[in-house]
Design a protein around this ligand. Structure first.
Ligand code: SAH
Length: 253
């Protein structure tokens, strides 16, 4: 399947979800507390790989003086994000930009806070934190969730899976060293609870699958996308003790 077909199908499967990856408002706000930023300040914030804006809206609700630029590769997600922002009464403080995370439309030293949930893997954690650092003002903060080994001894099946899918997966201790070497000081770390994966992401995704397959009846590419999703869900159910999303909050040195 070519990338364009796969992306179009993934957008179609996930656009109606409240979120496009594991997470929750509670954990977003918990990570926000770790930033130690003044929540009443006029912060300039970017939410990278925002999807339909679950975290964008949670941040806008908690940061009344902030202006947030929400960035995603897919305009379909951004259209839904803006509708949701209008419904929540905060669209005046949110802008959207269709752009790739490896070519972000921000000036150097211009951001107080870079947020990114379940998305930095698209360019890779090491590349992402290095490429985004110049956009933060000195003392600015990055908060990213990233696939992390929760135990150092993963069973062979899940080790092989992640080695093929995302070889940058590592333990939190290893990720923190990468952040420190890239010019950040760690402010805090938390692990998303498994309910953030199952209740907030996988179960809603599974519920949308029958209608998705009906919309794309007879297309083997759609069946292949569903097969991928189901395999991912099955692996998470069986190996959730070994991997998860670590949320890393760190300040530019
Ligand atoms: N942060 C959202 C979405 C996570 S899913 C949430 O937690 O719900 C990953 C997101 O990254 C998707 O919305 C996808 O469209 C976006 N994405 C993938 N590649 C990207 C790229 N190169 N640049 C910007 N966004 C990208």
């Amino acid at each position: 399947m070519d990338d364009q077909t796969m992306f179009a199908l993934l957008v179609d499967l996930h656009r109606d979800g409240a979120r496009q990856g594991p997470g929750s408002d509670d954990e977003t706000l918990r990570a926000l507390d770790l930033t130690r930023l003044d929540k009443a300040a006029e912060l300039r914030v970017a939410d990278i790989g925002c999807g339909t804006g679950a975290s964008t809206l949670a941040l806008a609700g908690r940061l009344p003086g902030a202006r947030i630029v929400a960035v995603d590769l897919f305009p379909e997600f951004l259209d839904i994000l803006l509708e949701r922002a209008r419904a929540a009464g905060c669209s005046g403080r949110i802008e959207t930009r269709a752009a790739s995370m490896d070519a972000l439309p921000f000036a150097a030293d211009s951001l107080d806070l870079i947020w990114s949930e379940g998305a930095i893997y698209n360019m890779g954690f090491s590349r992402g934190i290095a490429a985004w650092r110049p956009l933060l003002r000195p003392g600015g903060v990055i908060a990213v969730s990233e696939i992390t080994w929760l135990r150092p001894d993963p069973p062979e099946e899940i080790g092989r899976h992640w080695h093929a899918e995302y070889p940058e997966i590592a333990t939190a201790a290893e990720k923190i060293v990468i952040l420190e070497r890239a010019g950040y000081d760690l402010l805090g770390y938390l692990v998303l609870p498994s309910t953030n994966w199952i209740d907030n992401y996988y179960e809603p995704t599974e519920e949308r699958i029958p209608a998705f397959l009906e919309r794309h009846a007879g297309r083997p590419e759609a069946a292949a996308v569903v097969g991928m999703e189901r395999r991912e869900i099955d692996l998470y159910r069986r190996y959730q003790d070994w991997f998860g999303y670590g949320f890393y909050v760190a300040r530019k040195r």
